[in-house]
Design a protein around this ligand. Structure first.
Ligand SMILES: Cc1ncc(COP(=O)(O)O)c(C=O)c1O
Length: 359
């Protein structure tokens, strides 16, 4: 009985009781799970080895300042360590960004559909979500987003590549957008899927961070680096903002194991890149096969593909499950299928072969 307070029951924030809960991608026994944009490959030996050593000391709290991993990230990106803030996954860092920027009466603008956690976290902070519909070709409508910025706006999220549609924001569009948005509004470029983006026209968040004081960039170790279960992500932002992120962060939220794994992963980048390349090539294979079968599948620059199945979404979702594949269905909008290993993707292509194409 959620959402209703029984007579005499404990008082809770009404806005929280009305909020939809974040939905995790489903798992079904014996089906392949292509519903959470996870990396299908197991941890690298070098990363496992480094974290095994860390297991000996989990009676102790981790380094709350995450000094070593922040330094390693800073060196890797060519930014100052003071400009790096970490969290338990980039979702926690996104929450820090919201909590540090927006409260009651403030607005946070983002495209819709996009990452489902944005509206939830904005509401948790007591601020008002301002979703701006994507264009007909599933891209951020940056003109409409700029027009949605009001004196109450504190934060804008740009998700590129966008989850779930796989579309990207181009550098020239972002330049125009940043020129139009007041410089006291923080623009967060969420690049959770940036490693899979091979579009040369895409905006490079760090390049914009260097030129615009009000730009922050969000990165994660969950996707390309395959550390989703360990929970570590980070923001690159001006020092004052990064300091504030540390103020609102969950104390000791990033475990020592996650910090160690992130450092080991940055050291193993070449090996991880081979996996990313494989995922990108499999994405192309899936898109080719879908188009050949008559689906209108747009290019995706993430580790997933998107089908705008509209009101046929539940039917397509059921057919995939029948074929042993769990994808991520969004109401009557569409369905997102994570790019898995070649075998997992074969299973998906077999399952979808029985479905009349949509879109
Ligand atoms: C766009 C986007 N940002 C952030 C995240 C958060 O990922 P994590 O908290 O694992 O770093 C996700 C996860 O799916 C995402 O899709």
């Amino acid at each position: 009985m959620s959402g209703e307070r029984p007579a005499g029951g404990v008082r809770q924030r009404e806005s929280v009781e009305r909020m939809p809960a974040y939905i995790q991608g489903k798992s079904i026994p014996d089906a392949v799970k292509l519903s959470s944009n996870e990396n299908p490959y197991p941890p690298l030996d070098s990363v496992l080895e480094a974290t095994r050593r860390q297991l000996e000391s989990f009676n102790l709290y981790p380094d709350m300042g995450a000094a070593a991993v922040r330094q390693c990230i800073a060196d890797h990106l060519g930014v100052r360590v003071e400009e790096v803030a970490v969290g338990a996954g980039s979702v926690e860092v996104a929450q820090q960004l919201i909590n540090a920027s927006a409260g009651e009466g403030d607005e946070v603008v983002f495209a819709w559909r996009s990452f489902e956690a944005y509206p939830i976290m904005v509401q948790v902070a007591g601020a008002t979500p301002v979703p701006v519909p994507l264009t007909a070709d599933e891209r951020h409508d940056l003109e409409a987003m700029a027009a949605a910025v009001t004196p109450r706006t504190r934060l804008v999220f740009l998700c590129t590549p966008n989850n779930p549609t796989g579309t990207v924001v181009h550098a020239d569009e972002l330049e125009r957008f940043l020129q139009a948005v007041p410089s006291d509004v923080l623009v967060v470029i969420d690049e959770a899927y940036v490693h899979f983006d091979d579009d040369p026209d895409s905006a490079d968040g760090l390049e914009f961070f260097r030129r615009y004081e009000n730009v922050a960039v969000l990165h994660t170790f969950s996707k390309a680096y395959g550390l989703a279960g360990l929970r570590i992500g980070y923001a690159v932002a001006r020092e004052r903002i990064a300091d504030n992120l540390r103020r609102v962060a969950l104390p000791f939220g990033v475990t020592g194991i996650a910090q160690t794994a992130a450092i080991a992963s940055l050291d193993a980048e070449a090996e991880l890149q081979q996996r990313v390349d494989l995922i990108v090539s499999e994405r192309g294979r899936m898109l080719d096969a879908l188009r050949e079968a008559g689906w209108r599948a747009l290019d995706s620059l993430g580790n997933f593909v998107w089908l705008r199945t509209g009101d046929r979404t539940p039917e397509v979702d059921a057919a995939l499950k029948q074929g042993g594949v769990v994808a991520r269905a969004y109401g009557i909008d569409g369905i997102r299928i994570t790019v898995g290993s070649p075998e997992m993707n074969d299973r998906f292509l077999r399952a979808i072969a029985d479905v009349a194409p949509a879109g």
